[in-house]
Design a binder for this molecule. Structure first.
Ligand code: G3P
Length: 218
């Protein structure tokens, strides 16, 4: 499974990228606003820090302007994935950009029919929002199961399922069990993946016993 960082915080992205375990980044207008940075500047900087796909979202809602914005964003760096919302204008933009070999991440997906349309439009990634389903008492992971199952019926479809709106490590485990290609994770969730109290307790015990030997490796 590929792990993307879901953030526009360049410090967090740099810190996590140093682990060598970050395969890409996703941003959205809310995350960019939170960063307090100029959109094009922070996206270009992220593209230099992380070689994998970096999603940057258009903000227009009409096809002609979305296409112009998408073409500009795609031109910022070779690893840009243009993010478009799952609307008819977004799907038309996805079709046009993907036909020109640009990477496209179709976002704000909340249903399997939407995901099927995005794949037909040539999306590189589809971003179903799991957490926002859970937030209203629906089963967000059931949506991932449906999309993965549907896509598997059509080997010609190359769209990767990019699980978004991830709230905790269990979402990651469930998504991996279903065979989703990517999880995009807030920095805190990505860091949580490595944490376990028994690991900490076991390491403390190992080191305490090692100290008693009076030895050193170096
Ligand atoms: O990439 C989409 C993601 O940022 C949405 O997450 O927590 O706002 O539902 P959230």
């Amino acid at each position: 499974m590929k792990f993307f960082v879901d953030s526009a915080d360049i410090k967090e992205i740099r810190d996590l990228a140093e682990t060598g375990l970050v395969d890409g980044v996703t941003t959205n207008p809310s995350l960019v606003a939170k960063s307090g940075r100029k959109f094009l500047d922070v996206v270009k900087e992220i593209c230099q820090v992380v070689p994998g796909p970096v999603s940057a979202e258009v903000t227009a809602t009409d096809f002609p302007t979305m296409l112009k914005e998408g073409q500009k964003l795609a031109g910022l760096a070779p690893n840009i994935a243009v993010k478009v919302p799952l609307t008819w204008d977004g799907l038309k933009t996805c079709r046009a950009l993907s036909s020109a070999d640009a990477k496209v991440n179709v976002t704000l997906c909340f249903s399997a029919p939407q995901a099927l349309l995005a794949a037909k439009a040539g999306a590189t990634f589809i971003s179903p929002f799991v957490g926002r389903h859970d937030d209203i008492g629906q089963d967000g992971m059931a949506l991932i199961a449906d999309i993965v199952a549907i896509y598997r019926n059509y080997p010609a479809l190359t769209t990767e399922v990019l699980v978004a709106s991830v709230r905790h490590p269990i979402h990651v485990v469930q998504a991996a069990k279903l065979g989703a290609h990517v999880c995009t994770l807030p920095p805190n969730v990505l860091r949580q993946l490595a944490n376990h109290p028994l690991t900490d307790k076991g390491l403390d015990a190992f080191l305490a016993d090692w100290k008693k030997t009076g030895q050193s490796i170096l």
